[in-house]
Ligand binder design. Structure first.
Ligand SMILES: Cc1cc2nc3c(=O)[nH]c(=O)nc-3n(C[C@H](O)[C@H](O)[C@H](O)COP(=O)(O)O)c2cc1C
Length: 184
């Protein structure tokens, strides 16, 4: 078993203030937490919005379905992300589930370049947020509530539109991009 798994029961105290859980137990060491999360494979999205006529977006894996009735999702956004205030202001976002040919978009929207939408092929539905050409799937969402947790904000979204394509999804695991290989 690897070193990081020695603390699999989560008993190693974390350094620094604010490291206690609600019941007073020490939180797990953040490095162990990050190592565990690297083992979680997930789809890669670019979350987009439009504010005052300008498109904004960033790469995110912290997206998941909350429930289907009614259709509801959540995204988790670092409050330092440039798109954060625009989602807060506009209260509308799109989830672009990238196709496995779109690592260039994942890298572009995880970076700090200006004018990230320049040269991109995308459409903006009426009252919606940008959808890139060639994505595996997309959803249009209206923010229904938000919750600040540590450095991030959880935005809950009512899903008001969406669509899929035949493309396979881009996957992120252990800090690398990959694609799905079926095993059955
Ligand atoms: C694969 C991957 C997944 C990411 N997931 C998230 C996420 O879920 N939430 C988040 O706030 N940032 C996430 N990030 C980091 C942002 O994409 C990155 O910090 C981006 O630069 C923020 O946008 P900004 O440069 O416009 O501020 C992820 C980055 C990568 C490469």
């Amino acid at each position: 078993m690897r070193a990081q798994n020695q603390n699999i029961a989560g008993t190693r105290p974390a350094a620094g203030a604010g490291s206690l859980a609600q019941n007073g137990q020490p939180r797990v060491d953040p490095d162990i937490f990050r190592a565990v999360m690297r083992q979680l494979a997930g789809g890669v999205t670019v979350i987009t919005t439009v504010d005052e006529g300008k498109p904004h977006g960033f790469t995110a894996t912290a997206f998941c379905s909350v429930c289907a009735e009614p259709p509801t999702v959540l995204i988790v956004v670092n409050r330092t992300a440039r798109t954060h205030p625009h989602i807060d202001a506009r209260r509308h976002f799109a989830v672009n589930l990238l196709a496995d040919s779109q690592t260039d978009l994942a890298n572009r929207f995880a970076g700090k370049m200006e004018n990230q939408f320049d040269g991109m092929s995308y459409t903006i539905p009426e009252d919606g947020a940008p959808v890139f050409d060639g994505v595996a799937a997309q959803l249009q969402c209206i923010v229904s509530s938000r919750l600040d947790v540590g450095t991030h904000t959880i935005f809950i979204g009512d899903v008001v539109g969406g669509g899929t394509s035949e493309s396979g999804p881009l996957v992120y695991h252990s800090a690398r991009f990959g694609r799905i290989e079926q095993i059955d």
